[in-house]
Write a protein that binds this ligand. Structure first.
Ligand code: APR
Ligand code: ZN
Ligand code: ZN
Length: 370
């Protein structure tokens, strides 16, 4: 079938993207969903920094690809053998499909699925190959989602069914920003009541981490970002302190924070988070800096201060368990996802939205492909 989609043919275009328009709205051909796959009508798709990283070239992916990896929509067609979904189901996408049978999946860590990571790296579906073509040639998927499109073919292992009363613009954020941010605090850092937590970078992911810290009853909670409006929002959401990166967290808490979460995607921010981590504390990094960036820390401090540095991908989550729990938190008013939504635009504005994300004044923008 035909679908209008945002296709990236080449990364690294000069800014502003509103002028150079690296994401072209074109008509793609989608093949019918294969075994275990479904066709989803995309109602809302988030603009995440990982999409911007592919557009600006700091993350290399096979091109051309249909961008977008954070979305919500409705199942409109089933491929053969689909067990977990039916037509009409509301779904949110997860940007790493979990195969269910590799050693990572069977040992209870589906966020580390090596099969899904490999198919994402190849720009293919986890079931193999691509369902997207443009101008008669195959195009690639992005993280098995490719949701900057009116319709998308996804493996059922990339989808979580959601209750129908959740607005799509809220539901879209469950599968990336919330899973990654909240998961980093709860699953990777194991933040507990009374633990001090710091979050560096207050985009969609970082503010989700902040909400996760509040749900975990962590205290005190520090939020760090150069943008004043984001620090203000962090305080409104419940942070105890909001600091500019030029400020020293230890001036406020001399021991440093037990849990430091880096959500800016910068090696220098990871270093700042590490240096603000207390003795015996854990630095968790969620951000994805360009592959060329190196981290330099005092080798001695890791031992003498008994610190841990931990990477967290997909919030070390089990999406099938964690996302329904987020729904409960949202219903209980503990997860004000609405406050993260900066704007809603048609898909034709996707390049302008990428410029705005680059400018760092926005939190989460969503686009509507239909
Ligand atoms: N210290 C703290 N925060 C900083 C700094 C700094 N030195 N420099 C920039 N920031 C802030 C920006 O102002 C912005 O608010 O980091 C934030 C990053 O937010 P977004 O660009 O909205 O990114 P987001 O979509 O939340 O993703 C965060 O997680 O999944 C990864 O690839 C993604 O690396 C990215 C990270
Ligand atoms: Zn994302
Ligand atoms: Zn697996």
């Amino acid at each position: 079938m035909k679908s209008l989609a945002a296709l990236l043919r080449q990364s690294g275009a000069p800014l502003p993207y509103a002028v150079t328009r690296p994401l072209e709205i074109v008509e793609i051909d989608l093949s019918a969903p294969g075994h275990g796959e479904v066709l989803v009508k995309i109602e809302s798709a988030g603009i995440c920094h990982s999409d911007l990283s592919v557009v600006n070239g700091s993350r290399q992916r096979p091109l051309p690809l249909v961008a977008g990896h954070e979305s919500a929509g409705v199942v409109v067609e089933l491929g053969a053998g689909v067990k977990s979904l039916k037509v009409g189901d509301h779904v949110t996408s997860v940007f790493l499909p979990s195969c269910g049978s590799c050693s990572e999946c069977t040992s209870g860590t589906p966020a580390f699925c090596s099969v899904g990571a490999a198919s994402n790296g190849r720009g293919e579906m986890i079931g193999g190959g691509s369902r997207i073509s443009f101008d008669g040639a195959l195009a690639y998927h992005y993280n098995g989602v490719s949701c900057y499109s009116q319709y998308a073919v996804l493996d059922e292992r990339s989808l979580i069914k959601l209750p129908e009363d959740i607005p799509f613009d809220i539901a879209a954020l469950f599968g990336c920003a919330l899973l990654t941010g909240i998961g980093a605090v709860r699953n990777s850092a194991h933040a507990k009541p009374g633990h001090s937590v710091g979050v560096w970078g207050l985009g969609g992911v970082g503010l989700s981490a902040l909400m996760g810290a509040i749900i975990s009853k962590a205290s005190p909670i520090f939020a760090v970002d150069p943008v004043a409006s984001k620090r203000k929002l962090a305080l409104e959401l419940g942070a105890d302190f909001a600091l500019d990166p030029n400020e020293n967290l230890r001036d406020y808490l001399p021991a440093g924070v037990l849990v430091a979460i880096e959500c800016a995607g910068r090696a220098d921010t990871l270093k700042a988070a590490y240096e603000a981590t207390s003795r015996g504390g854990t630095t968790v990094t969620v951000g994805l800096p360009p592959a060329s960036e190196m981290l330099s820390i005092s080798a001695l401090s890791l031992v003498s201060d008994v610190k841990t540095i931990r990477g967290s991908y997909l919030g070390s989550a089990n999406p099938r368990v964690d996302i329904p729990e987020f729904v409960d938190f949202w219903r209980a008013g503990k997860l004000p996802v609405e406050k993260l939504l900066t704007s809603v635009s048609p898909m034709s504005q996707v390049n302008e939205a990428m410029d705005a994300l680059h400018g760092a004044q926005v939190v989460r923008q969503v686009i509507h492909p239909n």
